[in-house]
Design a protein around this ligand. Structure first.
Ligand code: BTN
Length: 243
């Protein structure tokens, strides 16, 4: 299907802008890119550092049949799509931190924020898929974790935000289509290949559970190999950290 692409100089959040654009009456997929965000949103209510001209801030409004349960799988699927697209442009060894943080060289390169817009009709849900990728960023205020950018992590390459946006949009649309037709299972192996926690000691629920990272199950839950066996943790429920 066709997309309706808008490129803005400045916006509070490209995710919020796709929500406001609402349902245009056409069947075009709304896509918004901005040069900077004044209130970029991260997961868990956090702020997303969005300096002007430096990075890519992109959101798409997608529609899925299958009710709210599509969300858990979708989040992982988008991580795979973004990682594949960045490698297609020349980045190497893009990792995924469950559920969908984009990593390179043990530092965060980008993130994905999926927000539920609502149910159009029984079982048909609209979701906003927001993607932020650090491209040229040299310094970040208030970022409390190790971060990187494509400029920093990949040498000898000129990164062009338009080109990255084009690659990401087609990768996301294609992945959403494959996900709709074949389900999450189709992506499970590809996700596990990129799992930065595989075989590493990690903790979940603020240290309540700890174990060795053991990949994901068929529904996308993260598995911890603990003293008492494999324990699945649900997306949205907790965050994992290396110990
Ligand atoms: C995370 O916390 O890892 C998710 C970050 C998602 C940031 C992107 S930038 C484009 C889109 N608009 C937003 O306000 N957030 C997402």
């Amino acid at each position: 299907s066709a997309i309706s692409l808008r490129v803005l100089d400045e916006v509070d959040s490209t995710n919020a802008e796709v929500v406001r654009a609402g349902h245009s009456g056409t069947h075009d997929i709304p896509v918004v890119i901005a040069d900077c965000q004044t209130a970029g949103r991260g997961r868990r209510g956090r702020n997303w550092s969005s300096p002007r001209g430096e990075n890519l801030y992109l959101s798409l409004g997608l529609t899925f049949d299958g009710g709210f349960s599509v969300l858990d799988g979708l989040s992982l699927v988008l991580g795979v799509a973004v990682a594949d697209a960045l490698e297609g442009l020349g980045a190497r060894e893009i990792g995924l931190k469950w559920p969908n943080d984009i990593f390179i060289e043990r530092a965060k390169l980008g993130g994905i924020l999926i927000e539920l817009q609502g149910e159009l009709q029984e079982g048909v849900v609209q979701v906003i898929c927001g993607i932020g990728i650090n491209v040229h960023m040299k310094s970040a205020e208030g970022v409390d974790q190790a971060w990187s950018s494509l400029d920093q992590a990949v040498s000898g390459q000129q990164w062009c935000r338009n080109e990255i946006a084009g690659a990401l949009i087609s990768a996301v649309l294609n992945a959403a289509d494959v996900f709709t037709r074949f389900g999450f299972g189709h992506f499970r192996e590809a996700w596990q290949q990129r799992d930065i926690f595989q075989g590493k000691p990690i903790a979940a629920r603020g240290g309540e559970i700890s174990g060795i990272g053991a990949g994901i199950d068929e529904t996308g839950n993260y598995l911890l190999d603990t003293d008492t066996g494999l324990v699945p943790v649900r997306a949205g429920e907790i965050s994992l950290r290396e110990v």
